[in-house]
Design a protein around this ligand. Structure first.
Ligand SMILES: [Zn+2]
Ligand SMILES: [Zn+2]
Length: 270
């Protein structure tokens, strides 16, 4: 049964399960893609980086999550003067600490002002007074809010996490990215709507820790992506001690189709 489900889904899109779908440089300004800048959960492992992704939609560059280590990796793919917006899901340090360095770079070196930062209200409260000098243009996101970021339409839904946290759907033409942000199992990916081409779902916890805190295991990540009817699943926010291949297998069993693990520098077409 599982194998027939696997082949059925694989038949829909032969690219799934092949690791990095495309290593094409996302700065080419074409299509709709996500490049992983960091995928360590909660804290960075040796040489790693926490949550961070470059979403390229028709030449519009959105930095999704500014976890530690991701500003450095971002610049391997797009220069800061070409970056168009930042989206932060919540105020935990593993998702936003590099925003402080972006401020310094834009304010003193790049010379950009009114740079759009989409984030829940709680993030602004954490930032120092100097971050309100007009370098950033703060745009508060909340459950059900939406915005046009270049040609893509973004919508946000609040997840199951100790602080206000926004999952995101980014839609361009008929393709959609669904991002869980951080969440426990009381929230479902299906809240982002149908037709997700690529689901980027957190898998912070080892299997033995399922249900202990407001995060997901790989099994739960696979189950919520299957429940949403997502075409493909990319696991992320994996805590450094977790065996990534084991997590991938656990997610695959629950998803019923091949699953990829987000690797730094990898680009997936959406
Ligand atoms: Zn996190
Ligand atoms: Zn968090």
């Amino acid at each position: 049964m599982l194998s027939s489900a696997l082949s059925q889904r694989a038949g829909n899109d032969s690219r799934i399960g092949s690791g990095v779908v495309s290593a094409r440089n996302p700065t080419d300004g074409m299509g709709f893609s996500i490049t992983v800048l960091g995928s360590d959960g909660s804290y960075p492992g040796p040489g790693g980086a926490c949550s961070g992704y470059l979403v390229q939609a028709g030449g519009f560059y959105t930095w999704l999550e500014a976890g530690p280590g991701t500003l450095a990796n971002l610049q391997l793919h797009v220069p800061l003067d070409r970056l168009d917006a930042v989206v932060i899901s919540h105020c935990h340090a593993d998702h936003r600490s590099d925003l402080e360095s972006l401020y310094v770079a834009l304010r003193y070196f790049v010379g950009k002002r009114d740079f759009p930062v989409y984030a829940p209200e709680g993030l602004q409260r954490l930032m120092r007074e100097e971050h309100f000098d007009g370098t950033f243009d703060w745009r508060v996101i909340s459950d059900g809010s939406s915005a046009e970021l270049g040609p893509a339409r973004w919508t946000w839904r609040r997840t199951d996490h100790p602080v206000e946290t926004m999952a995101a759907r980014a839609q361009l033409d008929g393709r959609a990215l669904g991002y869980s942000a951080d969440t426990g199992p009381a929230w479902e990916l299906s809240a982002l709507g149908e037709g997700l081409s690529l689901a980027l779902v957190e898998a912070s916890l080892p299997a033995a820790a399922e249900g202990t805190i407001q995060h997901l295991t790989a099994r739960q990540a696979g189950a919520t992506a299957a429940g949403a009817g997502a075409e493909r699943l990319l696991l992320t926010h994996i805590a450094p001690p977790i065996d990534r291949e084991r997590a991938r297998q656990q997610a695959e069993e629950a998803f019923g189709a091949p699953v990829d693990v987000a690797t730094v520098g990898g680009t997936w077409q959406i």
